[in-house]
Design a protein around this ligand. Structure first.
Ligand SMILES: O=P(O)(O)OC[C@H]1O[C@H](OP(=O)(O)OP(=O)(O)O)[C@H](O)[C@@H]1O
Ligand SMILES: Nc1nc2[nH]cnc2c(=O)[nH]1
Length: 176
């Protein structure tokens, strides 16, 4: 069923079951690749909060979890200007870092995060994102753990907002 958020209409795109299956697959891949390490999951607020909670519950091995708040979107458009709103509170030296994002779109946010994380001498850095928009991506950084590769249309739900609303939807909707 269509939904209305503020001035925009959205149509159902991915069900809670489909999302859950993909989160499970990503957790399995991460568990397999980091089985001999204690990775630091760096969760990018706000959008990644639901994905990160579900992913971390299924990452049943030793890990550190920390948060950073970045923002660049205003409505459905990127401002192209990524700002750090809540900084890093841990030392990443010698750590295996996994950035946890809800969505990689233009890649501006990921590029800014890699610059920030690479200020430390980290052992490795990778990204786990639930959504990836290949047609919008402008960076060369490899996104190793990708859930859904989606078309270049605005989505909401499961943590992702439209003008601050819609984050609490359990399913994902696409703009009509
Ligand atoms: O690849 P990009 O074009 O940079 O887009 C991706 C970013 O956009 C969203 O954040 P937003 O700036 O909307 O902040 P939010 O997480 O607080 O919603 C999303 O959570 C990513 O961090
Ligand atoms: N809510 C939302 N935020 C985004 N940030 C970058 N792309 C998107 C998108 O499609 N939806």
């Amino acid at each position: 069923m269509e939904i209305q958020i503020l001035d925009k209409t959205f149509v159902p795109y991915l069900s809670a079951l489909e999302i859950d299956a993909e989160v499970q697959r990503l957790a399995k891949d991460l568990l397999n690749d980091y089985k001999n390490e204690v990775p630091v999951f760096l969760v990018v607020l706000n959008g990644a909060f639901i994905f990160a909670a579900d992913l971390m519950k299924q990452y049943t091995s030793a890990a550190e979890i920390s948060f950073i708040k970045m923002a660049s979107y205003n409505g459905t458009e990127t401002t192209g200007n990524v700002t750090e709103l809540l900084g890093l509170d841990i030392d990443l030296t010698n750590k295996h870092v996994v950035i946890v994002e809800d969505i990689v779109d233009t890649g501006n946010t990921i590029a800014a995060l890699y610059n920030l994380v690479n200020r430390f001498k980290v052992k490795s850095i990778n990204t786990a994102t639930l959504f990836f928009k290949p047609e919008a991506y402008k960076q060369t950084i490899d996104i190793k753990y990708t859930g859904f590769s989606i078309e270049n249309k605005f989505i909401v739900g499961y943590g992702l907002d439209y003008n601050k609303q819609g984050r609490n939807l359990g399913e994902v909707y696409q703009i009509k």
